[in-house]
Design a protein. Sequence first.
Length: 163
Amino acid sequence: MKAIKLFIIGILLFGATATKAQVSINVNIGTPPAWGPVGYDNVAYYFLPDIQIYFDIRKGEYIYFGNGRWIRSHRLPSYCRNYDLYRGYKVPLTNYRGNTPYVYYNAHKVKYYKGYKGKPQKARGHYKEEHRYEERHDNRRDDHNDRGHGKHQDKENHGRGRD
C-alpha cells in the first residue's frame, strides 16, 4: 500500500515537472526589427536620416525630438506615419554604447542629412509590394487599377477588373 502511494506521488511529481517544462515564453528583447539592415546584430541604435529619428533596438522604441524634449515611443510620430521603414536608409550607430544617442544629434544630422544614402542595404525581413501593385511580367508597376477600362482587360472576367 505504501509503495503504491509513493508510486502515485512519483508519477504526479514527474507529470508536474513535464508540464512545467512545456511552458516557455520566448521574448526577443534586443532583436533587430525585420526592416533593420543585415549585418549589424551588435548595434543598439539606428539613426533614420530621412526623418531624423533614432531607433532603440533593445527597447523597440523610436526616439525623436518633440515639444522641446526627446520622446521615446513604440510608434513613429504622426508626421512620419507614411514613412516606409523598409525602403528608408538606416545608419547603424556602431560606435555608440550609451542610452542617449541624441547627445550626438547635431553631428548626426549634419553627417547623415535627409536623403543620405551610404552603402547599399538589405533588410533582414522580406518586404513584398504585392499588396500595392499588380505583378507584371515587364517589370513595370500597374498601380492605377483601371477596373478593366484600359488595355489590360481581363477576358475571363469580361472587363470587370480584378477580384
